[in-house]
Write a protein that binds this ligand. Structure first.
Ligand SMILES: [Zn+2]
Ligand SMILES: [Zn+2]
Length: 288
């Protein structure tokens, strides 16, 4: 499995001198599993990837969306394969109760927000709604999506290919005290306890013995806000230990975080982690 980090920044894109080394594009990972082209999230990092896919005449594209907060879908209108009549783009995400995945994507790309509505693009676009924990096979890859604790309906992905495991766990508050997702909040205290347990099991299942876990570490401990739905490096270390992972990539960097600050975070948590740790960098390619 070949992985390329196309966007590693959380919340909104940044273009500033402080962010040139780690990069300012919002989340997007390119994952090549044998002949299969997988993409996780459609933040602004997907724009450069789309250009490359058109150049290489890649026609079958599978886009796994964690959730539809803007930083994870805002690159999609600028994704060049949409305008390629030979392309077939399948978009996967957890089902919402009240709105279809297709409606959500059509809404972001309609006038007056964008000049080309999704109905008018050349590519064939298909929407596939997933259920929490439902395994699917795409090409030679086995994929599972599990719900996570974050506002709206948010899932993480576990991708297995030829015995290697990539786990993508963003956005999430891994051990937070508040239930944040749609449909989680209004139950009895017993129902809420069951939700907390379920969500922690989900994160552990996603990460179990992963060769690489890409994990939301938006906050430093002193910045943590329990109602935002993001984690700290400490949370990633705790999950990594529980799940016996090999390597963690700190991900979804806070937009104001400077390159030097990210260097320092990487240095600090490398000393504490019982496994390999690095801060995600835009453009980084690695093989599992
Ligand atoms: Zn995000
Ligand atoms: Zn989010």
């Amino acid at each position: 499995m070949q992985i390329t980090f196309r966007g590693v920044r959380g919340s909104y894109p940044v273009a500033a001198p402080h962010s040139v080394r780690y990069g300012g594009n919002t989340p997007c990972l390119e994952v090549v599993a044998g002949e299969t082209c997988l993409i996780i999230d459609a933040g602004t990092g997907i724009r450069s990837l789309g250009k490359d896919l058109v150049e290489h005449d890649q026609r079958e594209i599978h886009l796994l969306i964690s959730h539809t907060h803007w930083d994870h879908v805002q690159g999609f209108p600028h994704f060049a394969p949409q305008y390629n009549q030979n392309a077939h783009i399948r978009i996967y995400a957890l089902a919402h109760e009240s709105r279809s995945l297709g409606d959500i994507f059509r809404a972001q790309q309609q006038a007056p927000f964008y000049p080309v509505p999704l109905a008018n693009v050349e590519a064939q676009i298909e929407f596939i709604e997933l259920q929490d924990g439902e395994p699917i096979t795409i090409g030679e890859a086995q994929i599972t999506c599990h719900r996570l604790n974050h506002p709206s309906v948010t899932g993480g992905y576990r991708i297995e290919h030829q015995g290697k495991v990539l786990s993508y766990i963003s956005d999430v508050d891994l051990y937070g005290p508040i239930l944040l997702g749609d449909g989680m909040k209004n139950g009895s205290s017993e129902q809420q306890r069951v939700w907390h347990q379920h969500l922690q099991n989900n994160a552990r299942d996603l990460a179990h013995r992963a060769d690489l876990m890409v994990c939301d570490t938006f906050f430093l401990p002193e910045e943590y806000k329990p109602d935002w739905g993001h984690s700290r490096p400490e949370d990633a270390l705790r999950l990594g230990e529980e799940a016996q992972i090999e390597r963690v990539a700190l991900f979804h960097h806070e937009p104001h975080r400077s390159d030097d600050e990210i260097d320092a975070i990487q240095e600090r948590y490398r000393k504490e982690a019982p496994f390999d740790l690095f801060a995600s960098v835009e453009g980084l390619e690695l093989a599992l």
